[in-house]
Ligand binder design. Structure first.
Ligand SMILES: Nc1ncnc2c1ncn2[C@@H]1O[C@H](COP(=O)(O)OP(=O)(O)O)[C@@H](O)[C@H]1O
Ligand SMILES: [Mg+2]
Length: 265
């Protein structure tokens, strides 16, 4: 009887110890499992962040590159179209100081000077216009885009249909220059890459945001292909401007289906 009781107590003890051991074992396994899955999630997040950082870095580099290209172009224009012409004006002015010039020579030299100054004025006006379209500055984004469309339409090889249902706020002027540059790049691409004959451009208000829908009927490109994910400088520059505007952009295109771009700000 006593031995019976003893062995029962032993058995219960064994069951309790095995139970505790099993619980401990399962607990350890669960802990290990959580630890590793957490580590995996953390690693995935880290990889995602790294990719994002790399993309941001890419965008900044692209923006800097665009800036440098733009500076180079302006420097070249200044050198070729302004400085070189002013040089000729300077030479001609010095020639006017030569003694004993005939009346005909004086007429010829002053003619040269007037001609060159006229050209230089035109060039400097064009340069300033490129840097900041005066109509955009004076009359706002809508008028600026109207003028851009007019300029494109007057080439007769492509038509822009512009439909604006938004009243742009005068206070957002510094934002509007970015929007204008985006439209300029998109239309340049439609002409240069798409060889399009029709462009449609629309602004509308959707839930306190301005949405711009842009499309062309040109050659298009496969926007889903990985090699096209990293597009050229122009598109990257558009993305940086969108980030500055605090908006978002979607670009959709397929071969022979034109391009469709929707962005908001
Ligand atoms: N409207 C369009 N029609 C066809 N292809 C386009 C269009 N816009 C962009 N692309 C394609 O996307 C590429 C990248 O454009 P972008 O970033 O503006 O570079 P780029 O400096 O060559 O203009 C172009 O080389 C072209 O292949
Ligand atoms: Mg381009």
């Amino acid at each position: 009887m006593e031995t019976d009781l003893l062995s029962k107590a032993n058995q219960t003890g064994l069951i309790i110890i095995t139970g505790i051991f099993l619980m401990f074992f399962m607990g350890t396994i669960l802990l290990l499992f959580f630890h590793y899955s957490k580590k995996k999630i953390f690693q995935k997040e880290l990889e995602k962040k790294e990719l994002e950082n790399e993309y941001q870095k890419d965008l900044i580099l692209a923006t800097l590159e665009v800036q440098e290209t733009e500076r180079k172009r302006i420097a070249q224009d200044l050198h070729d179209d302004i400085s070189s012409k002013l040089n000729i004006v300077s030479l001609n002015s010095h020639m006017l100081t030569t003694p004993d010039l005939t009346h005909q020579e004086i007429t010829e030299i002053t003619g040269n000077i007037i001609n060159m100054i006229g050209k230089t004025l035109n060039n400097s006006r064009r340069l300033a216009h490129d840097l900041l379209p005066p109509v955009l500055d004076k009359f706002g984004l809508d008028a600026g885009i109207e003028e851009l469309c007019f300029e494109i339409n007057s080439t007769k090889s492509i038509e822009v249909q512009y439909d604006n249902r938004v009243k742009f706020n005068e206070e957002d002027k510094n934002k509007h220059l970015h929007v204008f540059r985006i439209i300029q790049e998109l239309t340049n691409n439609s002409i240069k890459h798409g060889n399009a004959s029709l462009i449609s451009l629309k602004f509308e208000s959707v839930e306190s945001k301005t949405v711009c829908t842009y499309s062309d009927n040109g050659k298009g490109f496969d926007s889903k292909a990985v090699r096209n994910k990293k597009t050229g400088l122009g598109m990257k520059n558009i993305e940086s401007r969108i980030i500055f505007l605090g908006g978002s952009i979607k670009v959709n295109s397929a071969v022979n289906k034109g391009i469709n771009v929707v962005f908001n700000f």
